[in-house]
Design a protein. Structure first.
Length: 152
């Protein structure tokens, strides 16, 4: 396929070859494999991202957590409320700045992640078997390069 077949005459790449669309389509293809697991656990994709981030960082303020979990701050408020209702997270006031909240996983949150992680790992292994571990690593490296380049 030559380069001109990928253009529409207005210098837009065909939709499937547009970087934003290609990234979204790839994300959807990956998430289609994870959604049944998340739905079975009655957890949203955004809630799962927040839980995963908190597992990695232990404790975070709301603005950093929103950024790391790729959720908008107003959405994070709703997500945290739902996770608190399930007993998975707790919010404490920062002793050095009473206006800031610090969020952490509870023991129940850690237990939930530990219970669901084997299913998540199995899905990831299935994707890795289809795509290949070297390609997954290369994709992640390239996406990280793109992210870092565009955020500098």
């Amino acid at each position: 396929m030559n380069d001109t077949s990928l253009r529409d005459g207005f210098e837009f790449a065909k939709t499937r070859r547009s970087l934003p669309m290609a990234l979204l389509m790839a994300r959807e293809a990956v998430m289609e494999r994870f959604r049944p697991m998340l739905n079975a656990q009655n957890v949203t994709e955004q809630q799962w991202r927040v839980l995963r981030v908190l597992r990695e960082v232990d404790i975070a303020d709301a603005s950093a957590l929103a950024r790391m979990a790729c959720v908008l701050p107003p959405s994070l408020t709703r997500i945290l409320r739902a996770l608190q209702d399930r007993g998975f997270v707790e919010t404490r006031r920062d002793p050095s700045d009473g206006r800031r909240a610090k969020i952490a996983l509870t023991d129940a949150g850690h237990s939930f992640i530990n219970a669901v992680s084997p299913q998540s790992a199995a899905i990831y292994a299935e994707i890795e078997n289809l795509v290949g571990p070297e390609r997954i690593t290369a994709l992640l490296d390239e996406i990280e390069f793109l992210y870092n380049t565009l955020n500098n």
